[in-house]
Structures are given as C-alpha cells and as structure tokens.
Design a protein around this ligand. Structure first.
Ligand SMILES: *[C@@H]1O[C@H](CO)[C@@H](O)[C@H](O)[C@H]1NC(C)=O
Ligand SMILES: *[C@@H]1O[C@H](CO)[C@@H](O)[C@H](O)[C@H]1NC(C)=O
Ligand SMILES: *[C@@H]1O[C@H](CO)[C@@H](O)[C@H](O)[C@H]1NC(C)=O
Ligand SMILES: *[C@@H]1O[C@H](CO)[C@@H](O)[C@H](O)[C@H]1NC(C)=O
Ligand SMILES: *[C@@H]1O[C@H](CO)[C@@H](O)[C@H](O)[C@H]1NC(C)=O
Ligand SMILES: *[C@@H]1O[C@H](CO)[C@@H](O)[C@H](O)[C@H]1NC(C)=O
Ligand SMILES: *[C@@H]1O[C@H](CO)[C@@H](O)[C@H](O)[C@H]1NC(C)=O
Ligand SMILES: *[C@@H]1O[C@H](CO)[C@@H](O)[C@H](O)[C@H]1NC(C)=O
Ligand SMILES: *[C@@H]1O[C@H](CO)[C@@H](O)[C@H](O)[C@H]1NC(C)=O
Ligand SMILES: *[C@@H]1O[C@H](CO)[C@@H](O)[C@H](O)[C@H]1NC(C)=O
Length: 320
C-alpha cells in the first residue's frame, strides 16, 4: 500500500494545489484492533516496553470515540519527580473527555533511583545512563505501530522534572522533529553542575512551539531560578529560559504582554506571547502547581483557567 505522504504528493503533483478536504497522515497502527488490555473509553492500561535494556512502563488512555481507521493525536504527559504515571493522569486530566475528547493520552513512568524516587533525565540525581529522550523516541515508534495516530500531531506536556524533560525533548534533534508542540508546567530546567549552563539545545526544526506555566511563589523550582528546594542543583530563571526560546524561534525581544488574563477577584496572571508560538504564564498566587480552577493534587490554590484547557488549545494549533 502507498504511504499517505506518497499519495499526498501524487495528489499535489496532479492537481498542483493542496486539496480542500484534509488528508490526515496515518501511522502503521491504523486498522489494527486494540491490544488486549486496552479498551476505548475504559480505565487506562499499564503497558510495558523494553528500551535501553530496561523494562519501562506507561499508562494509556484511549478515548471512547476512538476508531481504528481514523488517525488521532497523541498526548504524552510526564509526571514530576517522586510521582508516578497515575498521579500525573489525575493531575493533568488528559484522560478526561471534558478536556480531551479525541486524542490518545499516554503517561510514561520514570525509573526509580535506589531510594525509590522516580525521576527523569535532567534531574541532578538521574543517572545519565538512563536516557529518557531515547525512551521517548522508542515509545513513539511503539505507539505509532499499535494505534491509529496522526504522526504530525504528537504532543508532550509534563510537570516539574517531567516539564524539564519536555524542555529537553524540544531541544533534541530527533524528538524535536517528532513532537509538534511542547508544554512544560512548573518546569525544572536544571543547569549543568560543571558548566553552570543549560544543556545544549539543538532542535532539528524551527520554530518550536512551546508554552510554559510557572507559579511566582514556587519554592520547589523557583521562578527566578537558583537552588531547588532540596539544594540538589540550580535551575535557570524562567524568564531567561522563555526568552531563550523566543530568540531561538527568531522572535524579536518585543513580546506581547497581557496582565489581564485573570480579572479580579482572581490574583494577577501575566501572559507573555510571541506570535502565539512561545507562550508563558506567570501566576502570582501559585506555588509548584499545575494551574487549575479547582483544588488538585498539587494544592488548594486556584486560578481563573485550567492549564490543561490552555494546553489543549495550544496543541490544536500545531502540526508538524
Ligand atoms: C505497571 O505495573 C507494574 C507491575 O505491577 C508496576 O511495577 C509499574 O509501576 C506499573 N506502571 C505504571 C505506569 O503504572
Ligand atoms: C502511584 O501513586 C499512587 C498515590 O501515591 C499510589 O496509590 C499508586 O499505587 C502508585 N502506582 C504505582 C504503579 O506505583
Ligand atoms: C472531568 O473534568 C470536568 C471539568 O473539570 C470535571 O467536572 C469532572 O469531574 C472531570 N471528570 C473526572 C472523571 O475527573
Ligand atoms: C555537563 O557538562 C559537562 C561538560 O560539558 C559534560 O561533560 C557533562 O556530561 C554534562 N552533564 C550532564 C548531566 O549533561
Ligand atoms: C548553585 O549556584 C551557586 C552560585 O553559582 C553555586 O555556588 C552552587 O554550588 C550551585 N549549586 C549546585 C548544586 O550546583
Ligand atoms: C529571523 O528574522 C529576521 C528578521 O525578522 C529574518 O530576516 C531572518 O531571515 C529570520 N531567520 C530565520 C532563520 O528565520
Ligand atoms: C498577542 O496575544 C494575543 C492574545 O494571546 C494574540 O491573539 C495575538 O495574536 C498576539 N499577537 C502577537 C503579535 O503575538
Ligand atoms: C507569526 O505567525 C503567523 C501565523 O502562524 C505566521 O504566518 C508568521 O510567519 C509568523 N511570524 C513570524 C515572525 O514568525
Ligand atoms: C511575575 O509575577 C509577580 C507577581 O505578580 C511579579 O512580581 C513579577 O515581576 C512577575 N515577573 C514577570 C517576569 O512577569
Ligand atoms: C487542601 O485543603 C484540604 C481541606 O481543607 C486539606 O485537607 C488539604 O490538606 C489541603 N491540601 C494541601 C495540598 O494543602
């Protein structure tokens, strides 16, 4: 059978212009029945894969609306350090059809250290031998071959150390070319201990669409950077990190700033926006929290929006 890109180029060659009805790209998983443990609209399934010589696991939610012949987007959602995949499913709500009716949601799980703390590549305590960037790439190949996905609509979100990993995925030449848009929440962007700098950032395409949310009162991963709460390492200042992406994406230093995102009586939220491609929310009353309108696993402080809804809207605007 011809691959979709081939058929598409054939159509373009024949007609000379893109045809009106959208032709979705599709993965090898299209037409395949769901794996035994996985039910559309059912509880998430715990699935294992081998990557980098380790057995890794993830939770997968397939929406009720899933049809084996219709490609859908994929959302990867990474938990914070010391948390696990099911906690991230609860916190980020990507399995909730109110936020995400159509995309498959996958919650990868980090490897636990000798003290039983699960973490991701990029954390100062994470052994560099466990490469969660190549794990992500292996996971993407595995999912594309089993589920009917649109390979141009793969997205990544994550909390804290999981957000730090999302930032590294955006910088990696391979994964930056596989994932269409990135959403770190309370991202832990650690500086290299020996250089005092962020790790090298080499995306294979530009612009990289990226959105970050950070609580001004965050004491775990401070808004202005410096030592984390356990003094295991220094993180970068969030405005410096965001400016770095704006510069990399070739936007001018003059951004679009809105301080009226949340009207009174909500506490002040400032949004920075470069051409709807690099976006950042500074939430004055939040700590190390996934922003939400209701109390969640991270805490009882709320704001006027759910980060999950804003992320869904951001992702929906980007395809590879
Ligand atoms: C999946 O199940 C295994 C075995 O019980 C467990 O070790 C692992 O943590 C689970 N993974 C997820 C993502 O829940
Ligand atoms: C994930 O964490 C929750 C809450 O602490 C716990 O109930 C659950 O057993 C954990 N799951 C795994 C697979 O470790
Ligand atoms: C899904 O999200 C909606 C909107 O926040 C909420 O009312 C509902 O309780 C959530 N459902 C579940 C199962 O958590
Ligand atoms: C930190 O930078 C040094 C010098 O470039 C490099 O050798 C080392 O691998 C980096 N550490 C991490 C965790 O990436
Ligand atoms: C954090 O930065 C400070 C100031 O540059 C430095 O003295 C300290 O050693 C750093 N801490 C770590 C854990 O790298
Ligand atoms: C960056 O922007 C400048 C001015 O807007 C433009 O001349 C240049 O071609 C752009 N560079 C890239 C790599 O897009
Ligand atoms: C400025 O921000 C608004 C609201 O987020 C957006 O609609 C608009 O396109 C942005 N303009 C530029 C130039 O970034
Ligand atoms: C801003 O976004 C619009 C719409 O996506 C795009 O056409 C335009 O090239 C972008 N401008 C810059 C400077 O990147
Ligand atoms: C973030 O919000 C706090 C509280 O409103 C404010 O003091 C700080 O200047 C803001 N920083 C940026 C970069 O918006
Ligand atoms: C949120 O409020 C509830 C009820 O007052 C309390 O039991 C819980 O400990 C609070 N959660 C956090 C993280 O502070």
């Amino acid at each position: 059978m011809w691959s979709t890109p081939f058929v598409l180029s054939l159509l373009l060659a024949t007609t000379g212009h893109a045809i009106q009805s959208p032709i979705l790209e599709q993965s090898d998983g299209c037409g395949k029945t769901l794996p035994k443990k996985v039910t559309a609209g059912g509880a998430s399934a715990n699935i294992s894969i081998t990557s980098g010589g380790l057995i890794r696991s993830y939770l997968i939610h397939v929406p009720q609306s899933y049809d084996i012949d219709t490609p859908v987007p994929l959302i990867l959602s990474y938990h914070g350090r010391g948390k696990n995949a099911s906690e991230q499913e609860l916190l980020s709500q990507f399995s909730n059809s109110s936020y995400n009716p159509n995309a498959i949601a996958v919650y990868p799980q980090g490897v636990a250290n000798s003290k039983g703390t699960r973490q991701w590549y990029g954390d100062p305590d994470a052994p560099t031998s466990i490469n969660d960037i190549s794990f992500t790439s292996d996971l993407i190949s595995h999912l594309l071959s089993r589920y009917c996905l649109d390979p141009t609509r793969l997205y990544a979100a994550g909390k804290s150390n999981g957000g730090g990993l999302v930032g590294l995925l955006a910088c990696d030449p391979v994964t930056s070319g596989q994932i269409a848009a990135f959403a770190p929440v309370s991202g832990a962007f650690y500086l290299n201990k020996s250089t005092g700098e962020l790790p090298p950032c080499n995306p294979s395409r530009l612009p990289i669409p990226i959105i970050e949310f950070h609580g001004w009162k965050d004491k775990t991963i401070r808004y202005l950077g410096g030592p984390d709460d356990s003094d295991r390492g220094n993180t970068t200042s969030i405005p410096v990190w965001v400016d770095g992406w704006a510069a990399r994406d070739n936007f001018s230093v003059i951004q679009n700033v809105s301080s009226s995102v949340c009207p009174a009586p909500y506490k002040k939220v400032t949004k920075y926006n470069w051409n709807n491609t690099v976006e950042h929310y500074n939430i004055s009353n939040l700590f190390h929290d996934w922003p939400s309108t209701y109390p969640n696993d991270d805490g009882n402080f709320t704001t006027c929006f759910d980060a999950t809804s804003v992320i869904m809207d951001f992702f929906s605007r980007w395809t590879l």
